[in-house]
Design a protein around this ligand. Structure first.
Ligand code: GCU
Length: 684
C-alpha cells in the first residue's frame, strides 16, 4: 500500500514536470528560498511587488530587499534603480517593474545586476481588437478575455477576474502600462452605461498592476447612441455630448487613459463625413479629455479607393495637418505605409511630422505572418523598423529616436502593439507567439534592446528550469537561432525582395497572387501590388511611377529611387524590373526570387530538425504542440513557394533553376484548395 501511494505520488510529480500547458507564460519560476521585502509605504501595487519577490525569489536565502520611493532626477517616468539590496523608483509602478527585473535577472543568471532602467516610452500600450460579442478581429487564440456574447455579456465571473488578474500580471512583468479593451472598428455600444460598468470592473483589476484602461470609440457615437442628429465635431451639442461622456467615464474610472480612434478608414465614420479634418475631430475629443489628463490616439491608417498609390495616402492626408493637433493627441502610425506586411520599409510619417506627437503601432497578432500556426519571432522585424534611419534630423534620426522623445519633445511618448491574446489556455495560440507579446513589452520599455537579448531572456524564462539550476546552453543557443531566423524565413517563403500583399482572400493566411475577384476594390487584390507581367514584376514607386519615394527624406528618396542603390529587400516594393534584371548575387531577378522562396522552405525544415533535437529539454505537452505546428508551417511554406513561383512562371515562362527542389504542388490544386476553404468559410 505504502509503495503504491509513493509511486502514484512519483508519477504525479513526473506528469507535473513533463506537461506544461503554457498558461504560466514566462512567469514559471517558484521561489527557491525566502526573502525579506521592506517598504516604508503600503499600497496595492507595492503589496504586489512584495508578493512577486517572495513567490519567485531565486536569490540568497534570508536576503533583504528594500523598496524605496524616491524623487530622483536621473529616473524618468516609471524608471528604477536596481541594486542587489534595493529597488528605487519615483513611482510605485516603477517598484513593481524593478521587482520583476530583479527576478528576471535571477532567473536568467544575468551578471549585470546594478543599474538604472528608464523606459523608452511613457505609454506602453496593448490594443485589443476585441469585439463586444467576444470574437476577436485577426485573433487566433480563441475568444476575447474581456467580452462575452449574449446573456453572459454583463456578468463578471470569478473566472473573468482570475484571467484579468493573470493578464495584468503578465503585462506588468514586461512593463506594459496601458491597454485598449476593444476593437478599433469600434461598436458605439462600448460607451453605453452597461458596457462602461464592465469596463470599470476590468479597470479596477488592472489598476494595482499599474495598467491604465483606454477605449476605442466610434466617431459617430453621439448620433448612434446619443440621439443627436449629427456627430459633426464642430457642432456644440456634439462637443457637449463628448464632454459629458468623458465625465461619466472618469466618475467610474478616475485614472482612465483616453480614446483610440479609427476614423474615415475602411468604412469607419470620421470628421470627413462632415467636411472636417482629422485634426478637427481629434482636437475636439482631446479637449473633452484634457482636464482629466486623458489622451487621444488618432490612427493614421487611412486609404481610399482612389488612383493614388495606397502606400502614399496616409502621408498625403496627415502631413498637411502637422502642427495643428492638440498636445494630448498622438497620431498612431503603423510601422509600414501599407499594412503590417511581412516586410515593409518604415512609414514616411515617422520623423516627418515634426510638430505632432507620433507613436508607432506594431502588430503582435500575426495577421500576415501565419496566424497562430507559423513560428515567427517578430522582435527582429520591430528592431529593423525602430533602427531604420529616417534622416529627418540628420543621420541617426531613427524611428526609435523620432518617436521616444529623444529628438522631438512631444508631450507624451507612446507605442502600441495589437495584441495576440485570447482565451486559449496558452494565451496566444502558439507557444512561441508568447515571445511576441513578451518582445513587444520589452522593446516598449527599452527600444535599444536587441532581438537576441530578448530571445535569450524569453527562452530561459519559458523553457528553462523553474528553479535556478543552470540552463542547457546548447538548447538555449539553438532555439534562439531558430527564433532569430524565423521572420526572415517567413519573408522568404511568402514575399521576398519587397513583394507584398499577395495573400489569397481576406483571411491573409495563404498565398494568392492570382486573387482578384471581379468587382473587388483593386487595392485589396494582389495583382495591384505585384504587377507581374511578361516583362517583369514589382510596383514602380520611383519618380517615373507613383513617386512614393519622394515621401522619404534625402538621401533615402534617392537611394530608394535607383534599383542599383535600393536595398534588395525593398527592391520590388519600389521598382518594376525585368525578369532578367541582374542582382548583386549575379543571378537574374527570377532566379533570385526562386532562390529566396526555396531558402524559406529549407529554413523551416531546419527549424523542424532543431526542434526535434530539443525533445529532451522540453516538457512533452509543449514539445508536441510546437512540433505539430512546425509540421503545418513546413507544408504551408512549400505551398507558398509553389503557388508563387508557378503563378509568376506563367508570365515569364522561365525554368525554376535546376539545382533547386522542384514544386510538389500543382498551381490549379492550390487555387482550388484556397477557393474551397473560402467557400467553406474557413480561415476567414
Ligand atoms: C487591417 C486588418 C483589419 C483592421 C485594419 C486596421 O486592414 O485587416 O482587420 O481593422 O487593419 O488596422 O484598422
Amino acid at each position: 500500500m505504502k509503495t503504491s501511494i509513493f509511486s502514484l505520488f512519483f508519477i504525479l510529480i513526473c506528469i507535473g514536470l513533463h506537461a506544461e500547458d503554457g498558461h504560466k507564460l514566462w512567469l514559471r519560476a517558484q521561489s527557491t528560498s525566502t526573502v525579506n521585502v521592506e517598504c516604508s509605504k503600503q499600497s496595492p501595487i507595492i503589496e504586489i511587488a512584495k508578493i512577486e519577490l517572495q513567490n519567485m525569489w531565486q536569490g540568497k536565502a534570508g536576503h533583504t530587499v528594500v523598496l524605496k520611493l524616491a524623487k530622483t532626477k536621473k529616473l524618468q517616468g516609471d524608471g528604477f534603480l536596481l541594486s542587489e539590496n534595493q529597488i528605487e523608483s519615483n513611482t510605485e509602478a516603477g517598484l513593481l517593474y524593478g521587482a520583476f527585473e530583479m527576478l528576471r535577472k535571477q532567473q536568467t543568471q544575468s551578471s549585470d545586476f546594478n543599474g538604472i532602467f528608464n523606459p523608452s516610452y511613457d505609454l506602453r500600450i496593448l490594443n485589443h481588437w476585441d469585439n463586444l460579442d467576444g470574437t476577436i478581429e485577426r485573433g487566433y487564440a480563441g475568444q476575447s478575455i474581456f467580452w462575452h456574447p449574449g446573456s453572459e455579456a454583463f456578468k463578471v465571473t470569478q473566472e473573468d477576474k482570475k484571467r484579468w488578474t493573470e493578464y495584468a500580471r503578465a503585462n506588468a512583468s514586461i512593463g506594459i502600462n496601458g491597454t485598449v479593451l476593444n476593437n478599433v472598428n469600434a461598436s458605439p455600444k462600448i460607451l453605453t452605461p452597461e458596457y462602461l460598468n464592465r469596463v470599470r470592473e476590468i479597470a479596477d483589476i488592472l489598476r494595482p498592476y499599474g495598467i491604465q484602461t483606454y477605449l476605442a470609440v466610434n466617431f459617430a457615437s453621439p448620433s448612434v447612441i446619443g440621439g443627436l442628429s449629427t456627430s459633426d465635431p464642430l457642432n456644440q451639442e456634439v462637443v457637449a455630448w463628448w464632454k459629458n461622456k468623458v465625465n461619466e467615464i472618469y466618475k467610474l474610472i478616475p485614472d482612465f487613459g483616453g480614446f483610440l480612434v479609427k476614423a474615415n478608414s475602411e468604412g469607419q465614420p470620421g470628421p470627413q463625413n462632415f467636411g472636417r479634418t482629422h485634426a478637427d475631430g481629434a482636437n475636439m475629443m482631446a479637449d473633452a479629455l484634457k482636464a482629466q489628463g486623458g489622451i487621444v490616439m488618432w490612427r493614421a491608417f487611412v486609404y481610399n479607393p482612389s488612383d493614388e498609390d495606397r502606400a502614399k495616402q496616409a502621408y498625403s492626408e496627415f502631413m498637411p495637418l502637422d502642427g495643428t493637433f492638440s498636445d494630448n493627441v498622438i497620431v498612431q502610425v503603423k510601422n509600414g505605409p501599407i499594412d503590417f506586411q511581412p516586410r515593409e520599409p518604415f512609414s514616411p510619417l515617422f520623423g516627418a511630422m515634426k510638430g505632432t506627437g507620433v507613436m508607432p503601432e506594431f502588430q503582435i497578432t500575426q495577421e500576415y505572418l501565419g496566424h497562430s500556426v507559423h513560428m515567427v519571432f517578430l522582435a527582429t522585424m520591430w528592431e529593423e523598423v525602430l533602427n531604420s534611419d529616417t534622416f529627418q534630423e540628420g543621420k541617426g534620426s531613427t524611428v526609435a529616436r523620432c518617436t521616444d522623445g529623444s529628438i522631438f519633445k512631444q508631450k507624451y511618448s507612446a507605442i502600441a502593439g495589437v495584441s495576440n491574446v485570447g482565451s486559449d489556455i496558452n494565451w496566444c495560440g502558439h507557444h512561441f507567439a508568447q515571445a511576441n507579446w513578451y518582445a513587444f513589452g520589452r522593446l516598449a520599455w527599452d527600444n535599444t534592446l536587441t532581438s537576441e537579448q530578448i530571445a535569450d531572456e524569453w527562452v530561459k524564462l519559458t523553457f528553462g528550469k523553474v528553479s535556478n539550476t543552470e540552463d542547457d546552453a546548447d538548447f538555449v543557443k539553438a532555439i534562439k537561432e531558430l527564433m532569430l531566423d524565423s521572420r526572415e524565413a517567413a519573408v522568404d517563403y511568402m514575399m521576398p525582395l519587397g513583394l507584398h500583399h499577395i495573400f489569397a482572400a481576406h483571411h491573409h493566411y495563404g498565398p494568392g497572387p492570382w486573387w482578384a475577384p471581379s468587382g473587388m476594390r483593386k487595392d485589396w487584390t494582389p495583382p495591384y501590388y505585384h504587377r507581374a507581367d511578361s516583362l517583369g514584376i514589382g510596383f514602380n514607386r520611383t519618380t517615373s511611377g507613383s513617386n512614393a519615394v519622394s515621401q522619404y527624406h534625402q538621401p533615402l528618396s534617392q537611394q530608394f529611387n535607383d534599383p542599383e542603390t535600393c536595398p534588395e529587400k525593398y527592391l520590388l516594393w519600389f521598382h518594376h524590373l525585368p525578369w532578367d534584371y541582374k542582382m548583386k548575387s549575379g543571378r537574374t531577378l527570377w532566379d533570385e526570387l526562386c532562390f529566396h522562396y526555396d531558402s524559406g522552405v529549407q529554413k523551416v525544415r531546419g527549424f523542424q530538425k532543431i526542434w526535434d533535437k530539443s525533445e529532451s529539454y522540453v516538457d512533452t505537452e509543449r514539445f508536441a504542440a510546437v512540433q505539430k505546428k512546425l509540421r503545418e508551417q513546413s507544408l504551408n511554406a512549400q505551398e507558398w513557394k509553389d503557388a508563387c513561383l508557378l503563378y509568376f512562371q506563367q508570365f515569364n515562362q522561365l525554368p525554376i533553376p535546376y539545382d533547386l527542389e522542384r514544386p510538389v504542388n500543382k498551381l490549379e490544386d492550390l487555387i482550388e484548395k484556397d477557393e474551397k476553404q473560402i467557400r467553406e468559410g474557413r480561415r476567414n
